[in-house]
Design a protein. Structure first.
Length: 143
């Protein structure tokens, strides 16, 4: 009975002391510095690109995501069938899907590394002259 009372008192003390301990850690100067560095990096990644290019990138990203989901669904379904039927052939199909997923992810990573970073546009741009037609652009914030 004394042990139960001791554990109960320990939990009550922990409930009062731990939140204040973690709150003080959250306000530490190192976290403020990290937040500042993160927001500075976000601002530095602002670039101006044509709107059609942004839409093309979004569509390509969606196609890639759907294809990856389809590969994952095929792997899960084939693994389920392999387990339910105790089939080595279906297990082989699952392994083929797994290899395809690994190859596709490796290809996506290679494409991302090969892509050039977007140019950074200075904040103070000169106004477009009247002789130059204004280009429709979209600001993209990477993050």
């Amino acid at each position: 009975m004394e042990i139960l009372a001791f554990i109960l008192i320990a939990f009550i003390w922990a409930a009062f002391l731990l939140p204040s301990f973690f709150e003080s850690r959250r306000r530490a100067p190192i976290n403020a510095t990290r937040d500042f560095a993160r927001s500075t990096a976000l601002l530095a990644s602002v670039a101006t690109v044509p709107g059609t290019e942004v839409m093309a990138r979004r569509k390509a990203r969606e196609r890639r995501r759907r294809f990856l989901y389809a590969l994952a669904a095929g792997a899960i379904i084939s693994l389920t069938v392999a387990i339910m039927r105790s089939s080595v052939v279906w297990l082989g199909v699952t392994l083929v899907f797994d290899v395809a997923i690994a190859g596709y992810v490796a290809l996506l990573m290679q494409l991302r590394q090969r892509g050039a970073p977007a140019p950074v546009v200075p904040i103070s741009q000169p106004a477009a002259t009247e002789t130059e037609p204004a280009q429709h652009t979209v600001r993209v914030v990477a993050g």
